[in-house]
Design a protein around this ligand. Sequence first.
Ligand code: HEM
Length: 429
Amino acid sequence: MDDLMTEGARPAGARPAPAHGQIDVLDRYPAHAGAARLYGDSISGDVDALYRRLRAEHGPVAPVLLEGDIPAWLVLGYREAYYVASRADLYIRDSAVWNAWDLVPADWPLRPALGNGGDSVTWVTGAEHARHSDAIHEVLAAVDPFELRARCERIADELIDTFADRGRAELMYSFAHVMPARAIAGVLGIPAEDTAGMVQDLVALFDHSTDALAAHGRLMALVTRLITQRRDNPGVDAISRMVTHPAAFTDVEALQDIFAILASGQQPVAYWIGNTLRLLLADPRFATTLAGGRRSVGQAMTEVLWEDPPVANFTGRWAVRAGQLGGQRIQAGDMLVVGVAAANADPEVRPDPAAGPGGNQAYLTFGTGEHRCPFPAQELAEVVAQTAVEVLLDRLPDLTLAVPADDLLWNPAIWVRGLTTLPVTFTSA
Ligand code: HEM
């Protein structure tokens, strides 16, 4: 491992002073001359081919440009990605140290993904992180998986009832996005009368629709109201457990953590469901065994975590000091993007991708290190996704893609791997 070597280095603590006049970005980021763009046209095609090209040209760490041509490093090597995500002392979570703030426009679309001073579990570190993270672990671990499974079976049945007599459906919006949103609503104890609106808002939040901002506001208002109610009148739901937890969260802290659970719990699970269905329906290895039962569902779900990880890249890591990583010269305050999809496909750990992962669960799909996806959240995600897929296949056993698999479109955002739509046909029930 090319370790991050200490160098005389300028302090990484403060944002650089605003630039005056023309900024010569390449003087500051010489390795980024001609760097690949991780947005727009360059990622609209075969993104795996882009990762392979970057790996061949630059090795395990490649200079890239984010939206607006903002320089960052994409960590493509499995070992390097693991190292960056697990060494919170060297690659810190605090975006205040970022050396490119002066290049970033006020309306930069990735700003919300950088924390912006929030102090939810996602952004705090050290002992404060443990305080938030331990509470979230306990709160989510208290969810009974059998009860959750039974609730998810009911939700799946209700959703399937809405289209089962039509013989065709678009599964992402009528099923895959709604399943985890309703499951999380149940875990949080969202009252029945608020659930439909909450589910709609949660789906809209990631849809880049014009309603996303308003949806965000309504969700925050709903959770704020429920926090107040549950403080006075606690129940057995996750919001009650958060506000009565010995960590003694303030209302603002509880709101931010509950919001992190909501946001993290919907979109990746929806894409896990969608990507698994695509694999099961499109890949002849599974198509032939589908009728044979449920064993293939678990295999397909694991394969998706390796090949089509719902969170394909994540950021929120900044180099604390100058040094080397994967043969590249990293400056203090540089931003790193952990390339989950690329790292999972690293030939160093997957010399023969055609061999399939088998039972190997060493994928980086849930992250690693102190900010990895909490284990009870992973279990919750698995129960929701697996129940969704199994009930759907039980109810509509002759489910078939309505378009050739190659015509299915992926969400163009580099951060996720998920289908925009999943049209299917089946025999009407
Ligand atoms: C397929 C499903 C899921 C995937 C692929 C996924 C992936 C991830 C990843 C990669 C991270 C780490 C990001 C980083 O290190 O910067 C993360 C963190 C997190 N996830 Fe998940 N997640 C999933 C489902 C869920 C669910 C269902 C919940 C909650 C019910 C959840 C709650 C969280 C929380 C609270 C964090 C922040 C942990 C921290 O910062 O300490 N996730 N997730």
